[in-house]
Design a binder for this molecule. Structure first.
Ligand code: 8CM
Length: 387
């Protein structure tokens, strides 16, 4: 059995394999309420055979949305729609996860296909953005956030906890805190964005405070029996010296989060500066960094970015560099990627990675005299040919 298709248990949650649908923002919600678009998207992803399906990033407060069309979870109507999404993911054979976040100084932008840039202050669709310090991200995101007061910090921490309660009630089994990609918690952690002189800024210890307090508040309300994980940006790729410091800071934060009840780290990018030059062209460029952080902080690891092929994903798990592989674009390009991966990796009866109404047809014919598919698995990778 290829390692990618081994079961995985974390707390009381059992995944049928190590393939995870990354949180992928759809920007199709209305007033933060997801709708038929996301129901179709998440159903498709669950039917594709991945062990765990994350919803897109869900904002904990209105001003924390990346775009006006992002999903939210601060009211009952949003919760009801997300509960339907959790049900659909389960009914279609996967485990439902949800990622919760506050976009901080990156909030209030246009959708990527509408230009990706901040909505200018004064526009009727603009709202006030907040952050650790009044420093903008720059380039397409020039808006300067209002520096958060201690009361703002406490309010947003309470918003994370309230959203976690709603996520639990909605039926989600995995909760991911978004501490990456230049969003609010990451910008507190990053010296690029955090120039505060109070207890939430300055030293590495102070810059850890906000994410740790969010984790503590959420862990109090999220049951011990269910996985609580964080996506953490551990590197920028802007400057080798700063990157080395950031990885060291990330290991220290991860150790502290583990002590605070974190069950797994999802290793990702900082995205705090437009000056970063991320080597996206290099397959699995984050994998060895993720493995190192996992070893040093002694915590289970998920990771993502530039992971394309089944062999690559399987090797990551087999070589114990990560426990879970998070995929985005490969699954958008081919929602049944797990089926093709199972064929390519030589899983017995690969069609049964998919739900029975699909699997039994795919498994049927043509067959040779031994009852096996007449097409070798390796040649079937990009074609829908029976087992
Ligand atoms: C959306 C936009 C930009 C990002 C994101 C998302 C959603 C999830 C995530 O990261 O982890 O960086």
């Amino acid at each position: 059995m290829p390692s990618l298709f081994e079961r995985y248990t974390l707390k009381d949650s059992v995944l049928k394999n190590r393939i995870v649908v990354s949180p992928m923002s759809q920007y199709m919600a209305e007033n933060g309420v997801i709708n038929d678009w996301q129901f179709g998207h998440l159903t498709t992803m669950a039917r594709g055979g991945s062990g765990l399906v994350f919803t897109e990033e869900v904002a904990v407060a209105p001003e924390g949305r990346i775009t006006p069309f992002q999903a939210g979870l601060w009211n009952d109507e949003q919760a009801e729609a997300l509960a339907k999404a959790a049900r659909l993911i389960k009914q279609n054979g996967s485990v439902p996860g949800i990622q919760i976040a506050h976009a901080g100084r990156k909030a209030n932008a246009n959708r990527p296909w509408d230009g990706d840039a901040h909505i200018p202050a004064g526009d009727s669709r603009a709202w006030e953005t907040i952050g650790p310090s009044p420093i903008s991200y720059g380039e397409l995101l020039p808006r300067v956030p209002r520096e958060m007061t201690i009361a703002d910090i406490q309010r947003v921490i309470a918003d994370f906890a309230a959203t976690a309660v709603r996520a639990l009630d909605a039926g989600f089994e995995w909760l991911e805190l978004h501490f990456a990609h230049g969003f609010l918690a990451q910008s507190f952690f990053s010296p690029h964005a955090n120039k505060r002189t109070d207890a939430y800024g300055g030293s590495a210890e102070n810059r850890r405070r906000f994410p740790l307090e969010v984790l503590a508040a959420v862990r109090k309300v999220w049951p011990e029996r269910l996985p609580l994980i964080a996506r953490l940006g551990v590197i920028e790729f802007d400057d080798p010296q700063l990157d080395a410091e950031k990885i060291a800071d990330s290991i220290a934060l991860t150790r502290a989060m583990k002590a605070g009840g974190l069950d797994m780290l999802d290793v990702s990018l900082g995205f705090n500066t437009p000056k970063a030059r991320v080597p996206f062209e290099k397959p699995g460029f984050l994998v060895d960094i993720a493995a190192d952080i996992g070893r040093q902080a002694e915590i289970p690891i998920a990771t993502s970015w530039s992971i394309f092929t089944p062999d690559q994903a399987d090797a990551i798990v087999r070589e114990e560099k990560a426990d879970l592989v998070m995929l985005g674009k490969p699954l958008l390009a081919n929602p049944h990627w797990p089926y093709f991966a199972a064929q390519q990796l030589g899983v017995e009866s690969p069609s049964w990675v998919l739900p029975a109404p699909y699997a039994h047809w795919l498994a049927r014919y043509p067959r040779d005299e031994h009852g096996r598919s007449i097409v070798p698995a390796r040649d079937r990778v990009h074609r829908t040919i029976p087992d």
